[in-house]
Design a protein. Structure first.
Length: 417
């Protein structure tokens, strides 16, 4: 009996020790997980660092605001951040975040080339990749199952260029889009060619034809022959998919040779850049550029989104002492969708749970600060993971400033013709 009592006492002592020390080996038990860790990849150094930092700042403010509202069941979200100045770094950092940091989801990147590289690593490892700004079509055209894009695609940019002409410009001229003389020029790289293909496909669908179609190298030193031919065609509309240097060259050559179409609709990669207006001065006024809206109209927002927008503006001003940019908006918007609508509804913080919730997440038009809704294309769709409710904007240079003019839900000004 005495032996039994001794054994019982030893067992009780061991039990008490495990309660105090956390395990029988005398090591302190791992604390209950108090945070939810998400990987991020942005170009925080190198040639894209300015835009990359802005996009990350927007995403980080979304995280701060979300945590201030209570996080996920009281758990705070923390970012495990990586710098990727180029595609090789994006690949390496995605691998590190997955293999060493064990994150179930990676948020990025601002750049299409970085997103294309990093998302392939995530897909291979069955980790969710959440792109907030890179718009190249090929990011969501690979039948990947774990890649999601909250913003619009390059194809949608071409669609908005056509929609603006069809729904705004043609009626203003008392015509239909089929009545207009339309020309299309584009740089012959992946960006220009993919944008042009969208417009070409829409021309067949809507029944309008081109008086001139032409590609050129973005590295061209002169575009005289192209502009001379365009001038002879006298188009009402010139669609131009350009980068900034060739957009400037095209406009300067047009000015020198006296070519002036009814309207020019370029893209934010070329005709919508600060370098373009710096080079062209007052000649930029009236030119349109489609792409990521450089600003949106908070007065058109629903109350909840207006509150978010105002809080984002206030916090970014305090952080950087400047106004928010389009990159900040995209970073915030994409991160906010993930943080507020997807992660809280996941049963567990695993990639498969997050993926399942994302595929079933819907938001109505106007329920985001960028005006669009949310619905991701399913895994069997040709654009799997694409937010099919996202849309590009059309901006116009007016008095030396770029204003969003289309669609109406985000417009700051009326277009001038």
């Amino acid at each position: 009996m005495k032996k039994i009592k001794i054994i019982s006492a030893i067992v009780m002592l061991m039990f008490l020790l495990t309660q105090v020390l956390g395990c029988s080996g005398g090591q302190k038990a791992a604390p209950v997980e108090e945070t939810i860790r998400i990987g991020t990849i942005f170009p925080l150094s190198g040639p894209s660092a300015l835009n990359g930092q802005d996009t990350f700042d927007g995403a980080d403010i979304a995280r701060e605001l979300f945590n201030d509202k209570g996080g996920i069941n009281g758990k705070k979200v923390v970012y495990v951040s990586a710098d990727a100045p180029d595609a090789n770094a994006a690949t390496q950092e995605a691998d590190r975040l997955i293999s060493k940091e064990k994150v179930p989801v990676i948020l990025g990147t601002q750049s299409s080339s970085l997103a294309f590289a990093a998302s392939a690593v995530a897909e291979r490892n069955k980790v969710v990749y959440w792109e907030v700004e890179g718009i190249a079509d090929n990011i969501t055209s690979r039948n990947f199952k774990y890649v999601f894009r909250s913003t619009f695609s390059a194809s949608n940019m071409g669609l908005q260029m056509v929609n603006f002409v069809k729904d705004v410009y043609a009626p203003k001229m008392g015509k239909t889009i089929q009545d207009l003389k339309i020309a299309l020029v584009y740089e012959d790289g992946a960006f220009g060619s993919s944008t042009a293909k969208t417009i070409q496909d829409l021309s067949k669908e809507l029944g309008f034809t081109f008086v001139k179609e032409a590609s050129y190298s973005a590295k061209s030193n002169e575009l005289n022959s192209l502009v001379i031919d365009l001038k002879a065609k006298k188009p009402d509309v010139l669609f131009a998919a350009s980068y900034v240097n060739d957009a400037i060259l095209l406009s300067r050559t047009s000015e020198e040779l006296g070519f002036k179409p009814g309207i020019i609709i370029g893209t934010t990669a070329g005709h919508g850049t600060p370098d373009y207006v710096k080079a062209m001065g007052d000649k930029s006024n009236g030119v349109f550029a489609a792409g990521i809206p450089n600003a949106v109209n908070p007065d058109n927002m629903k109350p909840e989104q207006k509150d978010l927008y105002n809080e984002l503006t206030k916090r970014y001003k305090a952080k950087r002492n400047k106004d928010i940019s389009v990159n900040v908006l995209n970073g915030f918007n994409g991160a906010w969708i993930l943080l507020s609508k997807v992660l809280p509804n996941a049963k567990e913080m695993t990639a498969d749970n997050i993926r399942d919730v994302a595929l079933n997440t819907t938001m109505a038009k106007g329920d985001t600060v960028l005006g669009y809704g949310v619905k991701f294309a399913g895994p069997d769709a040709p654009n799997s993971g694409q937010n099919v409710e996202a849309f590009a904007g059309v901006m116009q240079w007016q008095e030396g400033k770029l204003y969003t003019v289309f669609p109406e839900i985000i417009a700051l000004k009326q277009p001038k013709f």
